[in-house]
Design a protein around this ligand. Structure first.
Ligand code: BDP
Length: 686
């Protein structure tokens, strides 16, 4: 199997189960409009029933009404709208595929209206932070002619209740708006519409200057305003149900309203007003605004403070159709972060919580990291806004502050590889994202079990193994990457965000600092002596993070600067915790490939081999991580590992000690990236 169908394989139920199911005689769709999700639902039911139950059933459209007969032979799927009918159909097929009893009645409503995905696709067909081949949307500067994969993607999204997609990179290109590409956007929207997925786009702030030939892109300039109004009208002619605009501005070198001496609200409102005459379009204005040339020598500087500082005082200034899109943590999709403090600051302006399905800092699909356990630390966090219970998931759903439009976005970045994300197991994160956005309280264990059944079959050993590996994966990756809230410790200087590089965190303007020296480590973010970041949280939370004793160990170094000999609540010192965690994590990573071996012959060879290779790679790379990070901190502080493991692998055979034919020994910089600071390389021409 290639993986192309994801979890929608509709594998045939074994005869003994299938024979117990009712024999359906007809599928009646209450519309015959091919662009309606209701009709899509009927067609999907026809496909699913033929594959799961081998029942070939005719599809009929009738002027009719819906009769409730409780004789166990009719199944009615009643949507509250078109999309609801489609989601109900997928749920019905999911239950059949899992051989679960059909409930007499199940009513299910999503937690939040906004359940969108973001693609960071560029017009040239590359994908920023995409790890599964080129774009399914664009190539060579324009929208692809063949959008077959887009249609298949829409089907996957709809099957887990996702209802919107932003098609292009937040680092956008103004050529998206040329006439040819507008027609392309129309084709994408047409293909996705029957699946209930609406599209939006990311805009480049300086488009009026660069594409329109105007003197300025100042959001208060009359010509600029008129230019965006015209473009917006033109876009709606092509995509009448467009979701709206995603805006990344004044961040990482992008222009924005601040470039023209205007406020972020001025910028957002210009787009918002251009959208208003055309329907329900929204501006998704990203809170990811920061200066990436921060002065590290100033102890008070802190990238984690940026969002609250930039949005300070703006809550009441935005038009009603502006939504602030906030990454889950204050920095950038790290292995562990506290929730962004900005989540506690907006009362009037609704928000979208931004997650990542693509594993940018989390092993880039070469390492398995099942993400819902990480997401839950954010969803379930109580911000205590105004002294009242304020779980992040209740803020996001709109319930806490009575917002009618808010919700979730995830950066997904599927590519045209048949596996979609580059690894079969990584697809659990896309499935889980849809389910979590629908209901963030769903159990992460239930989600992975359900996904494993749909994707690999009902065999218990298969489902248990995938569940065990997945549930262990996030803590494992955290253990051998960055512990105690120090961030992921991957390479941020070359921007690849992959592989260990603890030295790269400091000494640059990006602000992902660890402040590690020979004695101590961690960012002091307290109000008393540090950057004041803890004070950006509501009082009760601020008090907890201000004080070392009440800060949980897992976030200790996020909020505090302490000696390596500081004792954690566990009784261990910080440095011994680092050493132990790295050995423990790397050890568990070795077991993943062994556990996967159980699946040989129980699933198809193709997917078995693909994952076996990846898990073996991960086992090796986990050792590289372990040794790099441990060697680095040992060299820095000189404190020995109590168990005498670090730098001391008596059993190890170094490649450079072997007889080399066609290879030579090369020094490696930084030293910690290779054992003994040396590696071997091929001799060209040898
Ligand atoms: C960072 C990514 C960068 C994105 C940026 C963003 O490394 O590629 O452009 O976030 O979210 O994590 O805008």
């Amino acid at each position: 199997e290639t993986g192309l169908d994801g979890w929608l394989r509709y594998a045939a139920l074994p005869d003994e189960f299938a024979s117990l199911r009712p024999q359906y005689s007809a599928i009646i769709s209450l519309t015959d409009s091919q662009s309606s999700p209701i009709f899509t639902a009927a067609r999907e039911l026809q496909l699913g029933l033929s594959k799961i139950l081998s029942q070939n059933i005719s599809l009929e459209t009738k002027d009719g009404y819906c009769l409730v007969c409780k004789n166990g032979r009719a199944a009615e799927i009643i949507g509250q709208n078109d999309r609801g009918a489609l989601y109900g159909a997928f749920e019905f097929l999911r239950l059949l595929s899992q051989n679960q009893p059909l409930p007499e009645m199940r009513i299910s409503n999503p937690s939040a209206p906004i359940r969108w995905v973001n693609q960071w696709d560029n017009l040239d067909g590359t994908i920023e932070r995409g790890y599964a081949g080129p774009s399914i949307f664009f190539a060579d500067g324009h929208v692809l002619d063949d959008l077959t994969r887009v249609q298949q993607y829409a089907r996957l999204l709809a099957s887990v209740g996702l209802n919107g997609l932003i098609v292009n990179n937040v680092n956008s290109n103004y050529n998206l708006l040329n006439p040819f590409n507008m027609q392309g956007l129309a084709r994408i929207a047409d293909i996705m519409r029957p699946w209930g997925v609406r599209i939006g786009i990311s805009l480049y702030f300086d488009t009026p200057k660069e594409l329109g030939g105007l003197q300025t892109s100042d959001p208060l300039d009359r010509n600029v305003i008129a230019w965006w109004e015209d473009i917006t009208s033109e876009l709606y002619r092509h995509v009448p149900d467009m979701l709206g605009y995603l805006i990344k501005a004044n961040s990482e070198g992008q222009p924005g309203p601040l470039t023209y001496g205007r406020t972020l609200a001025d910028g957002a409102n210009m787009f918002a007003r251009a959208l208003q005459p055309h329907g329900d379009g929204v501006v998704m204005y990203r809170a990811f605004v920061y200066n990436h040339h921060l002065d590290e020598s100033n102890w008070k500087n802190d990238r984690a403070n940026a969002a609250v500082e930039y949005f300070d005082g703006l809550d009441t200034q935005f038009e009603d159709n502006v939504i602030i899109q906030i990454k889950y943590g204050p920095i950038d999709f790290q292995i562990r972060e506290p929730p962004s403090p900005l989540l506690a600051h907006l009362r009037k302006t609704p928000i979208i919580l931004e997650l990542q399905v693509t594993q940018e800092y989390l092993g880039q699909q070469d390492h398995i990291v099942y993400l819902p356990p990480l997401w839950k630390t954010i969803f379930d966090f109580d911000l205590h806004v105004d002294g009242q219970k304020s779980l992040v998931r209740d803020v996001v759903s709109g319930q806490r502050f009575n917002w009618s439009r808010s919700g979730y976005a995830a950066v997904v970045n599927v590519g045209n590889d048949p596996t979609w994300l580059g690894s079969h197991l990584a697809m659990a994160n896309l499935y889980a994202y849809g389910l979590c956005a629908w209901d963030p309280q769903q159990s992460e264990v239930d989600i992975i079990q359900g996904w494993a059944q749909l994707t690999f079959g009902l065999n218990k050993a298969v489902v248990d193994t995938i569940t065990n590996i997945s549930m262990a994966s996030w803590p494992t990756y955290e253990n051998y990457s960055g512990n105690l809230g120090i961030q992921t410790l991957c390479d941020i200087v070359t921007h690849c965000h992959y592989g260990p590089s603890p030295a790269a965190q400091d000494g640059n303007g990006w602000g992902q600092w660890t402040r590690a020296d020979a004695r101590s480590i961690g960012m002091d973010r307290t109000v008393a002596t540090g950057t004041g970041n803890s004070g950006q949280y509501p009082q009760k939370v601020a008090d907890r993070f201000e004080c070392i004793d009440t800060t949980p160990d897992e976030l200790l170094l996020w909020f505090h600067h302490v000696p390596y000999t500081h004792r954690l609540k566990s009784g261990k010192t910080v440095i011994q915790h680092f050493y132990d965690a790295h050995y423990a994590g790397a050890l568990v990573a070795q077991t993943f490939a062994q556990q996967w071996e159980i699946l040989r012959g129980l699933i198809d060879d193709n997917r078995f081999d693909h994952m076996a290779f990846r898990l073996q790679y991960q086992a090796g790379h986990a050792l590289v991580w372990r040794d790099s990070v441990n060697n680095f901190y040992y060299a820095k502080c000189g404190i020995r590992d109590e168990l005498n493991r670090v730098g001391n692998h008596a059993w190890r055979i170094e490649a450079e000690e072997m007889t080399l034919e066609g290879y030579k020994v090369v020094p490696v910089t930084p030293f910690e990236a290779a054992s003994g600071g040396k590696a071997i390389a091929t001799i060209p021409g040898a």
